[in-house]
Design a binder for this molecule. Sequence first.
Ligand SMILES: [Zn+2]
Length: 127
Amino acid sequence: MNSTRPITPAFLRECADYNAYISRGLLGTLRLPGYVMDAAGHAIINRGEVFCRVLSCERRSVSLSSTTNLRAHLLGHGINCEVTPSGRVSQAIKTATMQWYTALIVASGPEKEEEEEKDEQESEQEE
Ligand SMILES: [Zn+2]
């Protein structure tokens, strides 16, 4: 397995739920939500996100090397992302971001849950 860690915003490096997001994302055991669009029709993504949330995309469990690369990847799906201002990240955004990862880990359930979907094997028998 590729063990290269994606580029991580400093404030997330010691966040346990963010680290769980990375490790479980690579295992494919995250329950990733769909994208929410802002008023301008741009997908809202969080700092540190490196997995694609588009259904059936191989990048759901293969991390991009950075959130910047995730944005570029999403353009390939025709999804424009909200522009994230560069520079200092406010405490409110840090807190909201960490809460998003916490909620995602909670929603994804226990770590060793069996995968429910076995569609991949069946779809190989196409005619
Ligand atoms: Zn994708």
